[in-house]
Design a protein around this ligand. Structure first.
Ligand code: NG1
Ligand code: ZN
Length: 553
């Protein structure tokens, strides 16, 4: 049922890049934009097949390379509920891409495609099922061309309906994919395809509701918030969000910097969440002058956020993903307690091994909240948060994260609110707060609003937030090794299984440093091995880390 000739024509026109190798990792495909035409072509086809497999539901595709340099680009597929592509389909993405990259003739690629269609028993002829695709892209210069490679076959070969969102943030794409499907399910066909505007109305609505509930005089807890949008898509989208007519915060409290998304080379350059977190310093465009202000940085596609402030001695203090998790855990545990629900709803925090040891101790010992540790990669954290807790808070230290509220949470809150005298402040807070969070994926804009609301309700200045616990001195080093695949881990990546004997050497180094903790793992996104180390004494940290690196190299 495939228009063979049309497919062959588009294949020949589009797939110019050949014989390069890369893989569909936790962030989808990501590499130099100039090498992506072929992979875009095959990923477009895979997204269509995924939608057909799921009875034509909307499947999302995002073109972005997040915090990576402007020359890069990438693509990833999003499931109908807004989560990442089903893990068992990731190998298909690779197989189809490799078939096109390494085929000498179109027929070889076609045979591979047919094999996949048969393997997954996809009925291309089912006349009542049209595939539905939502596409979005960040602000990169290469994206319009790559979008054409991606979508070329969708309508002409597969009769897909394509909803093109234009330039959006990654979390907007996830949210709109999920919302479009929910509307279809509810039979709201007049409204079916969701839009960017739905996103703004929803989150601003939730923020305003929370703010008005507390009668907070419509002001933030800080005199001013500076938002660095990494010269990425976050800039224009944030402006649209804040321009919503009923946004309660006065505009003089907010200043957006690094918002030149139309100058390609500035993207993520000396600014943005990754730069600030890695270098532990202010981004370009900010001078350490206003020590009462709060600052935050998004990454290039606005799915990560980190906060920071400067103290009265103009020293920089980072409030990273761990600090965001702990702030939310403190706030939400308290609300649960006040609503007398701490026994019926389970709250917990999910971290990776990169979380600072002090944050883990603080969550356990001060907040008395359960903590789990998973492997690196959002999908692992997300899964744990969604399956183990009613309020599952997860953030990677680098600022990517969100909160997942269970079905039981929503039912419980609703039933409590419907009781006579059920309208307590804590219940209303929990109900509004859950709406303020983009539960499909980590979202810089939604997370930022949730942090601002929390700080305002708790009347906390940045310094108070920071003082809840003090990070252990820590270091993250990238080691280039001949073959990173030999570094195999166990225990959520905290221990090495291979090379044999290396872990016991690492253990003997760790034992020498008070509060020492270190682990070694192969990066999933770069050809390198990462070494993390933390210990009590700042002056010993370099030596500690170097000793471990010495064994790795
Ligand atoms: P790798 O390269 O596997 O360490 C990095 C980040 C992850 C995550 C992914 C993107 C660190 C130490 N690692 O993974 O947290 O953001 O990129 O999916 O920051
Ligand atoms: Zn990102």
């Amino acid at each position: 049922k495939i228009d063979y000739e049309q497919l062959r024509k588009l294949y020949d026109e589009t797939c110019r890049t050949k014989n390069v190798q890369y893989s569909y990792g936790t962030a989808g495909f990501r590499t130099l934009a100039k090498d992506l035409d072929t992979v875009m072509f095959t990923t477009g086809i895979l997204a269509v097949l995924r939608s057909l497999k799921l009875q034509g539901q909307y499947v999302g595709v995002m073109i972005t390379a997040s915090h990576n340099p402007y020359q890069d680009n990438g693509v990833k597929i999003v499931e109908p509920d807004g989560s990442m592509l089903l893990a068992s389909w990731e190998p298909y993405a690779m197989q189809l891409a490799n078939a096109a990259l390494f085929a000498t003739h179109f027929e070889e690629f076609y045979a591979e495609l047919v094999k996949l269609i048969e393997l997954e028993k996809i009925d291309l002829g089912a006349s009542n099922v049209a595939p539905h695709i939502v596409v979005g892209r960040d602000s990169r210069e290469s994206s319009p061309y790559l979008l054409r490679c991606l979508t070329s076959t969708m309508a002409s070969v597969f009769h897909a309906r394509v909803l093109d969102l234009g330039c959006v943030t990654t979390p907007q794409l996830h949210y709109i994919t999920d919302l479009s499907n929910r509307r279809e399910r509810e039979g709201d066909s007049a409204l079916a395809a969701a839009t960017e505007q739905d996103y703004y109305s929803f989150f601003i609505g939730a923020f305003n509701e929370l703010f008005t509930t507390y009668d907070m005089e419509k002001r933030l807890s800080v005199p001013k918030l500076f938002i660095d949008t990494a010269n990425g898509i976050g800039g224009p989208q944030l402006k649209k969000l804040l321009a919503s007519k009923d946004w309660v915060v006065p505009s003089d409290q907010i200043e957006i910097i690094n918002d030149k998304s139309d100058v390609p080379k500035l993207l993520n350059s000396e600014c943005g969440a990754d730069y600030v977190k890695t270098n532990q310093r202010l981004p370009k465009g900010l001078s350490p002058s206003s020590f009462e202000s709060l600052y935050c940085s998004f990454d290039g596609d606005a799915d990560r956020v980190v906060f920071y402030y400067v103290d009265s001695e103009l020293k920089f203090h980072l409030l990273d993903g761990d600090k965001i998790s702990t702030l939310f855990a403190k706030f939400l545990s308290k609300q649960l307690e006040m609503a007398n629900l701490e026994r019926s709803l389970k709250i917990g925090v999910v971290q990776t091994a990169y979380a600072n040891g002090s944050s883990t101790a603080y969550i356990k010992d001060t907040l008395h909240c359960p903590v789990s540790c998973t492997k690196t990669g959002v999908k692992h954290l997300h899964h744990e948060a969604a399956t183990q807790y009613d309020i599952g808070i997860y953030f990677e230290a680098n600022g990517h994260g969100t909160i997942i509220f269970s079905e039981k949470f929503h039912q419980t809150i609703e039933s409590e609110l419907s009781k006579p005298n059920g309208h307590t402040l804590a219940l209303k807070t929990l109900s509004c707060f859950a709406k303020l969070i983009n539960q499909t994926v980590g979202d810089a804009m939604s997370d930022m609003l949730a942090v601002l609301a929390t700080l305002a309700i708790l009347k906390m200045a940045p310094m108070n937030w920071d003082e809840e616990y003090k990070d252990l001195p820590n270091k993250l080093v990238k080691c280039i090794v001949p073959d990173r695949s030999i570094f195999q881990t166990t225990d959520q990546e905290r221990k090495l299984q291979n090379p044999v004997g290396l872990q016991s050497k690492i253990d003997s180094v760790i034992a020498k440093y008070p509060m020492g903790r270190s682990f070694v793992r192969a990066s999933g996104t770069e050809d390198a091995v990462r070494v993390y180390a933390e210990c009590q004494d700042m002056s010993k940290l370099d030596q500690f880390c170097n000793e471990i690196v010495g064994y790795v190299k």
